[in-house]
Design a protein around this ligand. Structure first.
Ligand SMILES: Nc1ncnc2c1ncn2[C@@H]1O[C@H](COP(=O)(O)OP(=O)(O)OP(=O)(O)O)[C@@H](O)[C@H]1O
Length: 197
Protein backbone atom coordinates (compact mmCIF):
# COMPACT_ATOMS: atom_id res chain seq x y z
CA UNK A 1 0.00 0.00 0.00
CA UNK A 2 1.07 3.56 -0.68
CA UNK A 3 -0.36 6.60 1.09
CA UNK A 4 0.00 9.86 -0.82
CA UNK A 5 -0.85 13.13 0.84
CA UNK A 6 -3.58 11.79 3.14
CA UNK A 7 -4.89 14.72 5.15
CA UNK A 8 -7.81 16.16 7.04
CA UNK A 9 -8.23 19.80 8.06
CA UNK A 10 -5.98 19.59 11.13
CA UNK A 11 -3.89 16.47 10.37
CA UNK A 12 -1.35 15.38 7.78
CA UNK A 13 -0.29 15.18 5.05
CA UNK A 14 0.72 11.56 5.62
CA UNK A 15 2.86 9.75 3.07
CA UNK A 16 3.97 6.13 3.37
CA UNK A 17 5.32 3.33 1.21
CA UNK A 18 4.36 -0.09 2.53
CA UNK A 19 5.37 -2.85 0.12
CA UNK A 20 3.56 -6.22 0.14
CA UNK A 21 4.86 -8.50 2.89
CA UNK A 22 6.16 -5.71 5.11
CA UNK A 23 5.04 -4.22 8.40
CA UNK A 24 5.22 -0.59 9.53
CA UNK A 25 4.58 0.43 13.12
CA UNK A 26 3.07 3.82 13.94
CA UNK A 27 3.48 5.27 17.41
CA UNK A 28 2.55 8.65 18.82
CA UNK A 29 1.01 10.30 21.81
CA UNK A 30 -2.58 9.63 22.72
CA UNK A 31 -4.80 11.82 20.55
CA UNK A 32 -2.07 12.41 17.94
CA UNK A 33 -4.32 11.03 15.20
CA UNK A 34 -3.13 7.44 14.74
CA UNK A 35 -6.62 5.96 14.46
CA UNK A 36 -7.60 8.74 12.08
CA UNK A 37 -4.65 7.82 9.86
CA UNK A 38 -5.83 4.19 9.69
CA UNK A 39 -9.40 5.28 8.96
CA UNK A 40 -8.19 7.53 6.13
CA UNK A 41 -6.12 4.68 4.70
CA UNK A 42 -9.22 2.47 4.83
CA UNK A 43 -11.24 5.33 3.25
CA UNK A 44 -13.76 5.30 6.07
CA UNK A 45 -13.68 9.06 6.76
CA UNK A 46 -13.58 12.09 4.43
CA UNK A 47 -10.03 13.16 3.57
CA UNK A 48 -7.78 14.55 0.86
CA UNK A 49 -5.06 12.54 -0.80
CA UNK A 50 -5.35 8.92 -1.70
CA UNK A 51 -4.25 5.41 -0.82
CA UNK A 52 -3.02 3.03 -3.51
CA UNK A 53 -2.78 -0.73 -3.77
CA UNK A 54 -0.01 -1.44 -6.22
CA UNK A 55 -0.86 0.60 -9.32
CA UNK A 56 -4.53 1.05 -8.39
CA UNK A 57 -5.68 4.17 -6.59
CA UNK A 58 -8.57 3.84 -4.18
CA UNK A 59 -10.92 5.82 -6.43
CA UNK A 60 -10.32 3.54 -9.42
CA UNK A 61 -12.10 0.61 -7.84
CA UNK A 62 -15.49 0.11 -6.19
CA UNK A 63 -15.46 0.63 -2.41
CA UNK A 64 -16.53 -2.98 -1.64
CA UNK A 65 -13.57 -4.31 -3.67
CA UNK A 66 -11.24 -1.98 -1.76
CA UNK A 67 -12.64 -3.13 1.59
CA UNK A 68 -12.18 -6.78 0.72
CA UNK A 69 -8.48 -6.12 0.15
CA UNK A 70 -7.79 -3.43 2.75
CA UNK A 71 -9.12 -4.36 6.17
CA UNK A 72 -9.19 -2.06 9.20
CA UNK A 73 -9.38 -3.69 12.64
CA UNK A 74 -10.23 -0.98 15.18
CA UNK A 75 -9.10 -1.02 18.79
CA UNK A 76 -12.74 -1.55 19.78
CA UNK A 77 -14.20 -3.74 17.04
CA UNK A 78 -17.84 -3.51 16.07
CA UNK A 79 -20.30 -6.44 16.11
CA UNK A 80 -23.46 -6.49 14.01
CA UNK A 81 -25.06 -9.73 15.17
CA UNK A 82 -25.56 -11.46 18.55
CA UNK A 83 -23.77 -14.60 17.35
CA UNK A 84 -20.00 -14.79 16.90
CA UNK A 85 -20.36 -17.22 13.99
CA UNK A 86 -22.44 -14.74 11.99
CA UNK A 87 -19.30 -12.61 11.67
CA UNK A 88 -17.39 -15.45 10.01
CA UNK A 89 -18.78 -16.21 6.54
CA UNK A 90 -15.76 -18.52 6.06
CA UNK A 91 -15.62 -20.10 9.51
CA UNK A 92 -13.61 -23.01 8.10
CA UNK A 93 -10.69 -20.61 7.60
CA UNK A 94 -10.82 -19.22 11.13
CA UNK A 95 -11.45 -22.46 13.02
CA UNK A 96 -7.88 -23.86 12.67
CA UNK A 97 -6.44 -20.59 13.98
CA UNK A 98 -8.49 -20.39 17.18
CA UNK A 99 -6.16 -22.58 19.25
CA UNK A 100 -3.16 -20.72 17.87
CA UNK A 101 -4.49 -17.53 19.39
CA UNK A 102 -5.40 -19.27 22.66
CA UNK A 103 -9.14 -19.20 21.93
CA UNK A 104 -11.48 -22.07 22.85
CA UNK A 105 -12.65 -24.38 20.03
CA UNK A 106 -16.31 -23.60 20.64
CA UNK A 107 -16.02 -19.82 20.74
CA UNK A 108 -17.63 -19.38 17.31
CA UNK A 109 -20.83 -20.75 18.85
CA UNK A 110 -20.80 -18.27 21.74
CA UNK A 111 -22.90 -15.13 21.92
CA UNK A 112 -20.89 -11.94 21.36
CA UNK A 113 -22.15 -10.59 24.69
CA UNK A 114 -20.24 -13.32 26.55
CA UNK A 115 -16.83 -12.55 25.03
CA UNK A 116 -14.03 -10.97 27.03
CA UNK A 117 -12.34 -7.86 25.67
CA UNK A 118 -9.27 -9.86 24.64
CA UNK A 119 -11.43 -12.51 22.94
CA UNK A 120 -13.20 -9.80 20.95
CA UNK A 121 -9.89 -8.35 19.89
CA UNK A 122 -8.50 -11.67 18.64
CA UNK A 123 -11.73 -12.66 16.90
CA UNK A 124 -11.85 -9.29 15.13
CA UNK A 125 -8.37 -10.00 13.79
CA UNK A 126 -9.32 -13.52 12.65
CA UNK A 127 -12.42 -12.33 10.81
CA UNK A 128 -10.21 -9.91 8.84
CA UNK A 129 -8.02 -12.71 7.47
CA UNK A 130 -9.80 -13.42 4.20
CA UNK A 131 -8.02 -14.86 1.15
CA UNK A 132 -8.50 -11.48 -0.64
CA UNK A 133 -6.62 -9.55 2.03
CA UNK A 134 -3.70 -7.42 0.80
CA UNK A 135 -3.34 -4.79 3.52
CA UNK A 136 -4.18 -5.04 7.22
CA UNK A 137 -4.69 -1.84 9.24
CA UNK A 138 -4.42 -2.73 12.92
CA UNK A 139 -5.20 -0.39 15.81
CA UNK A 140 -3.63 -1.61 19.06
CA UNK A 141 -4.19 -5.32 18.24
CA UNK A 142 -2.70 -6.53 21.52
CA UNK A 143 -3.93 -3.81 23.89
CA UNK A 144 -6.21 -6.15 25.84
CA UNK A 145 -3.89 -9.16 25.90
CA UNK A 146 -1.45 -10.65 28.39
CA UNK A 147 2.17 -10.85 27.16
CA UNK A 148 2.05 -14.54 26.15
CA UNK A 149 -1.18 -14.14 24.20
CA UNK A 150 0.17 -10.97 22.60
CA UNK A 151 3.12 -12.98 21.29
CA UNK A 152 0.71 -15.52 19.79
CA UNK A 153 -0.85 -12.66 17.85
CA UNK A 154 2.58 -11.46 16.73
CA UNK A 155 3.48 -14.98 15.52
CA UNK A 156 0.25 -15.21 13.51
CA UNK A 157 0.90 -11.76 12.01
CA UNK A 158 4.38 -12.89 10.97
CA UNK A 159 2.74 -15.63 8.88
CA UNK A 160 0.22 -13.16 7.45
CA UNK A 161 3.09 -10.89 6.48
CA UNK A 162 5.06 -13.79 4.99
CA UNK A 163 2.02 -14.54 2.80
CA UNK A 164 2.48 -11.09 1.22
CA UNK A 165 0.06 -8.94 3.21
CA UNK A 166 1.19 -5.41 4.09
CA UNK A 167 0.56 -4.51 7.74
CA UNK A 168 0.21 -0.99 9.13
CA UNK A 169 0.03 -1.28 12.90
CA UNK A 170 -0.65 1.41 15.51
CA UNK A 171 0.65 0.71 19.00
CA UNK A 172 1.74 2.22 22.30
CA UNK A 173 3.90 -0.88 22.89
CA UNK A 174 6.31 -1.05 19.95
CA UNK A 175 8.62 -3.45 21.79
CA UNK A 176 5.98 -6.18 21.49
CA UNK A 177 6.39 -6.12 17.71
CA UNK A 178 10.17 -6.33 17.34
CA UNK A 179 9.86 -9.65 15.50
CA UNK A 180 7.28 -8.24 13.08
CA UNK A 181 8.15 -4.63 12.33
CA UNK A 182 10.29 -3.65 9.34
CA UNK A 183 10.00 0.12 9.82
CA UNK A 184 8.79 2.43 12.58
CA UNK A 185 7.19 5.83 12.25
CA UNK A 186 6.27 8.41 14.84
CA UNK A 187 3.06 10.27 14.03
CA UNK A 188 2.88 13.99 14.60
CA UNK A 189 -0.06 16.19 13.52
CA UNK A 190 1.95 17.35 10.50
CA UNK A 191 3.19 14.00 9.21
CA UNK A 192 4.94 10.68 9.77
CA UNK A 193 8.58 10.69 10.84
CA UNK A 194 10.59 7.57 10.11
CA UNK A 195 12.48 6.34 13.18
CA UNK A 196 15.92 4.80 13.15
CA UNK A 197 15.91 1.04 13.90
N1 LIG B 1 -13.21 13.19 12.06
C1 LIG B 1 -12.58 13.93 12.98
N2 LIG B 1 -12.39 15.24 12.80
C2 LIG B 1 -11.73 15.99 13.69
N3 LIG B 1 -11.21 15.50 14.84
C3 LIG B 1 -11.37 14.19 15.07
C4 LIG B 1 -12.04 13.33 14.15
N4 LIG B 1 -12.01 12.06 14.64
C5 LIG B 1 -11.34 12.14 15.81
N5 LIG B 1 -10.96 13.41 16.05
C6 LIG B 1 -10.11 13.86 17.17
O1 LIG B 1 -8.77 13.72 16.72
C7 LIG B 1 -7.93 13.36 17.81
C8 LIG B 1 -7.11 12.16 17.45
O2 LIG B 1 -7.93 10.99 17.50
P1 LIG B 1 -7.33 9.54 17.27
O3 LIG B 1 -8.39 8.58 17.72
O4 LIG B 1 -6.86 9.38 15.89
O5 LIG B 1 -6.09 9.51 18.27
P2 LIG B 1 -5.04 8.36 18.57
O6 LIG B 1 -3.68 8.89 18.21
O7 LIG B 1 -5.45 7.09 17.90
O8 LIG B 1 -5.17 8.27 20.14
P3 LIG B 1 -5.06 7.03 21.19
O9 LIG B 1 -3.60 6.65 21.23
O10 LIG B 1 -5.53 7.64 22.47
O11 LIG B 1 -5.96 5.93 20.68
C9 LIG B 1 -8.84 13.17 19.02
O12 LIG B 1 -8.75 14.34 19.81
C10 LIG B 1 -10.21 13.03 18.41
O13 LIG B 1 -11.23 13.54 19.24
Amino acid sequence: MTLRGLRQADRGPYDLQLPPGTCALVTGRSGAGKSRLLRMAADLDPHEGQAWLGERARDTMPAPLWRRQVCYVPAEPGWWDDSVRAHFPHAELAAPLLARLGLPDDILDAPVARLSTGERQRLALLRALSPCLRCLLLDEPTAALDPDTAQRVVALLQDVKAAGVAILLVTHHPGQFDALADVRHALAPGGLERQQP
